[in-house]
Design a protein around this ligand. Structure first.
Ligand SMILES: Cc1ncc(C[n+]2csc(CCOP(=O)(O)OP(=O)(O)O)c2C)c(N)n1
Length: 380
């Protein structure tokens, strides 16, 4: 959209005023603020995303922000929404929303996408500067091709509205259960810890790492810049991407990825010696693709093992040695926290977290069942 900012959305003012008076929900995915991004532009992303936080406070609307949104860890975000959607009380309250305002797309949470598809909305607005389709289920009624910052700047002032929902207190039960399920050296435990301990930048690999980090973080005081390669969601090139990200800032970078993803890009470990800032590669080694325990593929036997999970029995210790990286394989969650905090201060370290291949699926099944207060069924 062109033209002077004050005129750009003027014809939408009455529609906006009508929308703002309803029970609304703000969902935030990956927010592209510019069509052509330069590395320097990325620096401002978290400040720009803050405007969405302020809008949600002003409207009294709940905020459900994906881990890629740069506001996921903000206290205003209902950070455990993905798992809380298992909880009937939380979902019923959320379903009282009448209108949806979404910024960006590529939502990691399948439960949130399903909720959006199933809800009968009175109106749905989607704001993103790129004209591409971000609405796989055709729910959007008004698509605004502009940056969230321009959209928000041009909104007519509305008086601050009281919040219409009890979602923050309804989410508490989920948050407590998450704490209980994240005390051991497991993929859940490590992701939960990492979301608190990480400093600087975090690049999250595809498959389970992206999903777990979207589920298990807690609100933070210190800003963390989060990156992910969502889209086709390939598990290739992740170490090289993380290294590229580390080159853009004078602060530590963490790369979190699965073992199969690490094997797909093993040669990129050779790049890491050139890092000038602390760099930590955390590999969740569950001996293959554990995501397949939770996808609609054969449930067991040769078909699952040979064609999907593909166990390899490998350890990364000698790879770290070969490429001159520090290496730790912690035996407890406390040892992980100590090794990780130390690794954030200096050098390049590969931390290998060895876990049984079934554990993450069992943990997520049990957590989901506890939230639904029923016997478990495998889902992510
Ligand atoms: C380039 C590429 N090849 C194959 C796939 C299909 N795929 C999706 S997830 C996955 C397994 C990933 O395993 P891992 O990195 O160990 O993560 P986990 O599932 O254990 O979390 C595979 C092979 C893909 N997404 N991209």
């Amino acid at each position: 959209m062109n033209g002077r900012p004050v005129q750009r959305f003027q014809r939408l003012n009455s529609e906006w005023e009508a929308l703002a008076q309803q029970r609304g929900l703000i969902v935030v995915g990956r927010v592209e603020d510019r069509v052509e991004k330069r590395v320097e532009d990325l620096v401002n992303d978290s400040q720009l995303a803050q405007q969405i936080v302020e809008l949600s406070k002003q409207l009294g609307w709940p905020l459900l922000a994906d881990v890629q949104s740069q506001i996921h860890f903000d206290p205003q975000n209902l950070i455990h929404f993905d798992l809380a959607l298992h909880d009937e009380g939380f979902s019923a309250e959320l379903a009282k929303a009448e209108v949806l305002l979404q910024f960006g797309g590529r939502l990691i949470s399948k439960r949130l996408s399903q909720f959006i598809t199933q809800q009968s909305w009175q109106d749905v607005w989607l704001v993103d500067p790129l004209p591409q389709r971000l609405d796989p289920d055709y729910c959007v009624k008004r698509r605004l091709i502009c940056s969230p910052a321009d959209f928000i700047a041009d909104l007519p002032a509305i008086p601050e509205q009281p919040t219409w929902h009890q979602l923050a207190s309804l989410q508490r039960r989920t948050s407590q259960l998450i704490e209980e399920f994240c005390t051991a050296l497991s993929e859940l435990g490590v992701c939960h810890q990492l979301a608190q301990l990480a400093r600087g930048q975090l690049f999250i690999g595809n498959s389970l790492p992206a999903r777990l980090m979207n589920m298990l973080g807690t609100h933070r005081q210190i800003t963390l810049r989060v990156f992910a390669n969502r889209g086709a969601s390939g598990i290739d090139g992740l170490i090289a991407t993380g290294y590229g990200i580390s080159c853009t800032r004078q602060e530590p970078t963490t790369i979190l990825l699965g073992d199969t993803s690490a094997l797909h890009d093993l040669n990129s470990l050779a790049l890491l010696k050139q890092a000038t800032q602390p760099l930590v590669v955390v590999i969740l080694n569950n001996d293959g693709g554990s995501i397949f325990h939770m996808l609609p593929v054969p449930k067991e036997g040769d078909l699952l093992e040979r064609y999907y999970r593909q166990p390899h029995g490998l350890s990364f210790e000698h790879a770290a040695q070969m490429f001159g990286l520090g290496y730790v394989a912690p035996a407890s969650l406390d040892a992980f926290a100590t090794a990780y905090s130390q690794a954030l201060t200096v050098g390049v370290t590969l931390i290998e977290v060895n876990v049984p291949h079934q554990q993450v699926a069992d943990d997520l099944t049990a957590l989901g069942a506890a939230l639904r207060e029923e016997e478990g069924e495998r889902r992510i």
